[in-house]
Design a protein around this ligand. Structure first.
Ligand code: GSH
Length: 330
């Protein structure tokens, strides 16, 4: 089914920006970001065939097993991938504790949704995805009291709020363990939600060329006609370029890249020489940081981040540990 998320949505959102109230999780700039960037609800387009999502391919559960190929086309050597994958692995869940029916309502590039996906992928929990239209939100009409994404349905139970979802899932898959989250893990999970996520938009829309790079992806994977595609790409990129400047102010960011690099270095310092914050295996903080960075990793900002900071080794370890997505066809 074709959705019309072209210029109308973009213009509507831009108009809203000029009168935007204080930025909240529900604010208009986010709408624009979502309307433009996240609206890839396209039954024909594979969300995993592009570098923006992840650099791996897995079209089905069976394909997952053998799909340790690098699909992203960008800057990733097969040799390096093969090497790191031998070192780390997913953390499968005992089958009796693995949820049977998991459905994620999401926007493809939403950082909060990607946090949940990183968890599901790492624990190899199969899940279906329902891409939500950020304008109409018709796919989550049934959720009367909660209108954000992610929403996760787990064997009929509705879960909301990414950190809560992860907490609940962690309990579900390890019911025999008293999960005592250590202070460090908790601290860094909050850092992701309160600091790291705010640095992302100003970076991926930092310059007109970067905004265009981001929208190149959006428009080639969204459900646009040729003309819509052409116009939406330029209008969306221009709009988000300006929105990102507002975000910079709101979060007191003077130099977007410096903030991104600083965050990456801060995270590497937190690792303190360990492979992961969790030690020899990723913990929930590792999964959260990885989850929110995954959509930007192969954009210019993510490439710069890896080139100019020490985060690359940890990122590669995480890429191997989390492995290919455990998404299955809806
Ligand atoms: N605290 C929530 C934040 C979720 C959130 O803000 N999601 C955004 C998408 S990235 C959203 O749905 N915004 C509301 C909207 O689209 O109207 C979480 O961690 O899940």
């Amino acid at each position: 089914m074709r959705r019309a998320i072209g210029l109308a949505a973009v213009y509507r959102a831009v108009e809203g920006v000029s009168a935007a109230p204080a930025v909240t999780g529900n604010s208009i700039h986010q709408r624009l970001f979502q309307a433009a960037l996240f609206s890839t609800n396209n039954n024909n387009a594979s969300p995993r065939s592009h570098w923006f999502y992840n650099n791996r391919i897995a079209e089905s559960q069976s394909a997952r097993v053998g799909a340790h190929a690098v699909a992203g086309t960008m800057l990733f050597s097969v040799a390096a991938t093969t090497f790191v994958e031998e070192v780390h692995a997913k953390e499968p869940v005992q089958s009796k504790f693995r949820p049977n029916d998991v459905v994620l309502y999401q926007y493809e590039a939403c950082p909060f949704c990607n946090k949940v996906k990183a968890f599901l992928d790492y624990y190899d929990i199969p899940y279906k995805i329902v891409e939500v239209n950020p304008i109409s939100k018709k796919e989550i009409k049934w959720s009367e009291d909660y209108k954000k994404v992610p929403i996760l349905m787990v064997d009929g139970e509705k879960m909301v709020d990414s950190s809560e979802i992860v907490n609940k899932l962690a309990k579900k898959i390890h019911p025999d363990e008293v999960v005592l989250e250590d202070g460090e893990e908790k601290k860094w999970r909050s850092w992701v939600d309160n600091h790291l996520v705010h640095i992302l938009s100003p970076n991926i829309y930092r310059s007109t060329s970067e905004a265009l790079e981001s929208f190149e992806y959006i428009t080639s994977h969204g459900n646009f006609s040729f003309t819509e595609r052409l116009t939406a790409k330029y209008a969306g990129a221009a709009a988000m370029y300006f929105v990102s400047k507002k975000l910079k102010k709101k979060y007191n960011i003077t130099d977007e890249r410096a903030s991104l690099y600083e965050a990456a270095e801060t995270w590497v310092d937190a690792l303190n020489g360990r492979d992961f914050l969790g030690g020899t295996k990723p913990n929930l903080a590792d999964l959260a940081v990885y989850g929110v960075l995954r959509p930007i990793r192969y954009l210019k900002s993510g490439r710069d981040m890896v080139e100019h900071t020490r985060i690359g080794d940890w990122y590669s370890r995480m890429e191997s540990a989390v492995g290919v997505p455990s998404k299955i066809s809806a």
